[in-house]
Structure formats: structure tokens, C-alpha cells
Design a protein around this ligand. Structure first.
Ligand SMILES: *Cc1c(COP(=O)(O)O)cnc(C)c1O
Length: 476
């Protein structure tokens, strides 16, 4: 039996067109000997295949009417191939201008790394370095030795271990200290950090058995103590990071959990998430405690990120009691999630800045942006306005007071006073303007609010203002 299928049996005119499509090899050769000379052959071949497949699919889908024979002309196909090949060769990961006012924007790379920290990474990794070698003694060392003393000094902990990121830190701690045993945790703290980091999943992957206590909004000390038994390996407290429960709520302070843990000889682990190394009073935020405070309050292990409030490269930091850190260090997973030399170098320089908190606030980009005086932000907004007005564009601009956010799952309720340039275009819709900015060079990300586009200058540096003006002018 023969079944007619419109996809498999193109009509006569479509069949005619399909015959006109050149062979992939022929077309690629043509490109390589013409406009594509000098492009890598592999790139041209892939691009040719994609162009030819695309043309074939469009003919099969739309029939003969969809494609004009002229489009199948070798010259114009070759042009498409060259364009596609060049696109492959463009850098994928690019610098963007973050005018959203979200300082630790996870989609935009979280904390920008301090230039001096980057220089150290370049210096250490463009040649050889003493990553695991003690120069004084001429013997093998550990990459952790460059970071551990700094972290101990900054947090008051006995020992420290740095891994790839905080998710890895949590996984490693649970695997090393609680595999096959129970971890008691409040239902109000079973967070999802976004991008599929869910605490219960991490717990399951580590092999620990999660024992949930309390309710979403209220957990009491008795909830924990009722759950502690012979199989309890850890009591765990997790920072709520990106959300807050307000109203009728109750939570057990770290000290009380520590007391309970001491009574039962069960260690207490706190996942601080963002975890700051300096008090956030300069931001007018009293409630957040630092990693040092967690250690002082008796947490046996504390984990936090390197690239959230700390403002360094991506890393996961574990600090705490020597015996626990050593147990974690000795677990086979530790090797799988170890940090690389570039990160170690950049983190070391970032941590050293914290030895003088004033230096940390003034040098580390994330802290500097979070704490910058709104007046200084307003002068940048005014400068951007003047630059745009000079271009004589069809834009209506005004500098307006607004609120920035910390982002990165840090300080979700904190509103930081800022100034934005609020813009609307005479003929372009906001959606169209936003898209052009995003696809422009350099790409610009802004906020849309109440029919206006807002450029928050808190996250735009002095040097970026003229670049931003140029990017806006080129599309408006
Ligand atoms: C952000 C966060 C993590 C994950 O940290 P990464 O450094 O992104 O891996 C884990 N726990 C909490 C509470 C967090 O806020």
C-alpha cells in the first residue's frame, strides 16, 4: 500500500526547487574560494549545512510557492553561508552594560570582579605559580593555604576550605558529615535559589536524609529537639536568601540551635547563602549577620558564596571548626569541586581587601555600588542626560529618584535609593526600544516601568556612561 504524505511528497514545483539546491561540498568550496576565504573550513562546512538544511526545510514546508528560484542562486546562498559562519565566530560571552540597578544580577554574572583581583589571576595563571608548592620549604603544599589563613582571620574560624561554589559547598558538607544519616531542617528554610538549586534535591544527592520540622511560617526550638535522635548527623539552618516570611512567623535564632546541638553532641551547619564579611550597617541594614557572627555564635560550619555580597569570583566558602573542616576536606567529592588557580588568585586578593573594611567598601565593585551615595549616582544620571540631549534625539529624558536592588538572592527586601534616567521615545515603543538596546553594541539591559525605560546609574560605572550614551544614540 502506498500512503501519500504531503511532507514526504513535495509538489512538482517544490521538487523542481529542491533539485536547484547545490551540494553542500560544492557550495562550501565556492565560499572558501570567495568571500569566506580565511574562515576555518569546519565553520564554513557547518554553516553551509545549516543554510542548505534551512532552505530545504522551507521548500518542503511551504511548497514551491514559498521560495523564489533566485534565492537558490549560488551567489546568494554563499552570502548566507558567510554571514552564518561569521556569526559562529563572534564571541558568545560579551561585556554588557547593566542599567537594571540590580547589583548582583545573577543572569549578568553577579558581582563584577575587582580589577586588582583579576590582575592577580592573570599574573598567577599566565605563567606557572606556587599553587601547591611551599616556596620556603621546597615541598608540596595545598592550594587552600593561600586562602585559609585569610578566611580564618576574617571570620574567627579555626579552619576554612574553598570550593567551586556555594551549592558545591553545601553538597560537600552534607555528603561528608551526613550521608545515610539525618539532617534536621525547618520547613521555612527549604529554599529554591533559582536555576534548579533546591535544598531538598541537594540533600537527596548528598545521601543525607532530610527531616523537616515546623511549618512554613513558624518553627520553634521544640520542633528541632523533638526531631533529634540517634540518627541525627546535623542541625541545619539555611538563609532564606531570596524571600522573606513576614507577619505571623517565628524562627529559631542560631545561638539556640547551637545550644541544642551542644546538648546532643550534634554539629550545627549554617548555609548563609550570600554571606557578607562586613556588617551591612553602611547600607542601613542591621538584620543581616556576617560570617564572623555565625562563627562567634557557635555554628560548627558556615558556608557562603564568593560572588554574592562578598563581591569576589565564583566560589563556595566553608569555615568552621578544625575537625569538621578536615572531615569535609578529606571527602572524595572535595576533589571534584575544588577551585582553580585563577579563582584562588582573585579570591585571595579580594579577601585581603577585607582586612581593612574601609578598603573593602571603597574597592570591591559590588560593595562600592551598593553603598554609593545617591547624589553621586544622580550626577552620572545627569551626565547621561546631557550627553543624550547634545545628540538631539527624539527622546524625552528626565532624572528621577528610584530604588535599586541587591539581587543575587541577597537582601530581597532591601531598597536602595538611587537615580535613574527615565526615557521615552517619540515613535519607538518601549518594547521596541528595549529590544534594540539589548541587541545593540554594547548590549544594554534596562528596566521598563510605567511606560518609560529606566536606566539605573547605580550599576553603570563612570567609564560606562559615554558608552551607554553612544549605545542609546545609535538606536534612537
Ligand atoms: C545562592 C545560594 C546558594 C548557592 O550558592 P552558589 O554560590 O550560587 O552556588 C546556596 N544556598 C543559599 C542559601 C543561597 O542563597
Amino acid at each position: 500500500m502506498f500512503i501519500m504524505d504531503s511532507m514526504n511528497s513535495p509538489d512538482e514545483s517544490a521538487r523542481e526547487l529542491l533539485r536547484l539546491i547545490p551540494q553542500v561540498n560544492e557550495l562550501a568550496d565556492q565560499v572558501m574560494s570567495g568571500a569566506g576565504a580565511g574562515l576555518p573550513r569546519r565553520v564554513v562546512m557547518d554553516a553551509t549545512r545549516r543554510v542548505v538544511d534551512g532552505v530545504r526545510a522551507s521548500i518542503l514546508q511551504g511548497g514551491g510557492a514559498s521560495t523564489a528560484p533566485a534565492e537558490l542562486d549560488v551567489e546568494s546562498l554563499a552570502e548566507s553561508v558567510v554571514a552564518a559562519a561569521r556569526k559562529t565566530l563572534e564571541p558568545g560571552l560579551r561585556r554588557v552594560i547593566n542599567a537594571t540597578g540590580v547589583v548582583l544580577h545573577t543572569n549578568l554574572g553577579r558581582a563584577p570582579v575587582w580589577r586588582e583581583a583579576l590582575d592577580a589571576a592573570v599574573e598567577a595563571s599566565s605563567g606557572y605559580c606556587n599553587l601547591e608548592f611551599r616556596l620556603e620549604e621546597g615541598v608540596r603544599g595545598s592550594r587552600q593555604e593561600h586562602l585559609e589563613p585569610l578566611l580564618c582571620s576574617l571570620t574567627g574560624a579555626e579552619a576554612a576550605l574553598v570550593v567551586n561554589n556555594n551549592a558545591a559547598a553545601v553538597l560537600l558538607v552534607l555528603a561528608a558529615l551526613a550521608r545515610g544519616r539525618e539532617v534536621v531542617v525547618s520547613r521555612g528554610q527549604l529554599v529554591e535559589i533559582g536555576d534548579s538549586f533546591r535544598l531538598p534535591d541537594i540533600m537527596a544527592q548528598s545521601g543525607a536524609v532530610m527531616v523537616e520540622v515546623g511549618t512554613t511560617n513558624r518553627t520553634r526550638l521544640s520542633d528541632y529537639s523533638n526531631a533529634v535522635g540517634p540518627d541525627t548527623a546535623l542541625l541545619m539552618k539555611i538563609h532564606q536568601s531570596n524571600f522573606r516570611i513576614v507577619g505571623y512567623s517565628e524562627d529559631v535564632p542560631l545561638q539556640e540551635l547551637v545550644e541544642l546541638g551542644r546538648q546532643h553532641f550534634v554539629p550545627v551547619v549554617e548555609d548563609l547563602g550570600s554571606g557578607s564579611l562586613v556588617g551591612l550597617e553602611p547600607l542601613g541594614l542591621a538584620g543581616e549577620h556576617t560570617a564572623a557572627q555565625s562563627v562567634a555564635q557557635g555554628a560548627d560550619l558556615v558556608t557562603f558564596s564568593g560572588d554574592k555580597l562578598l563581591g569576589g569570583p565564583q566560589a563556595g566558602i566553608i569555615v568552621g571548626g578544625r575537625e569538621y573542616v578536615d572531615e569535609v576536606r578529606g571527602h572524595p567529592l572535595a576533589r571534584a569541586v575544588r577551585i582553580d588557580k585563577m579563582t584562588a588568585a582573585a579570591l585571595e586578593v579580594t579577601l585581603r581587601a577585607y582586612l581593612d573594611p574601609d578598603q573593602a567598601w571603597s574597592s570591591i565593585p559590588g560593595l562600592r555600588m551598593l553603598s554609593e551615595d545617591p547624589g553621586a549616582v544622580r550626577s552620572r544620571a545627569n551626565r547621561l542626560k546631557r550627553l543624550l540631549e547634545r545628540e538631539g534625539l527624539q527622546l524625552e529624558c528626565a532624572v528621577v529618584p528610584e530604588m535599586s536592588r541587591a539581587g543575587g538572592g541577597s537582601l530581597p527586601t532591601a531598597e536602595i535609593p538611587t537615580y535613574c534616567l527615565s526615557v521615552s521615545h517619540a515613535s519607538l515603543s518601549n518594547a521596541a526600544l528595549e529590544e534594540k538596546l539589548r541587541k545593540g553594541e554594547p548590549p544594554v539591559l534596562a528596566r521598563i516601568k510605567d511606560e518609560r525605560i529606566l536606566f539605573d546609574l547605580r550599576t553603570v560605572s563612570d567609564q560606562e556612561v559615554s558608552l551607554l550614551a553612544g549605545a542609546i544614540a545609535s538606536i534612537a
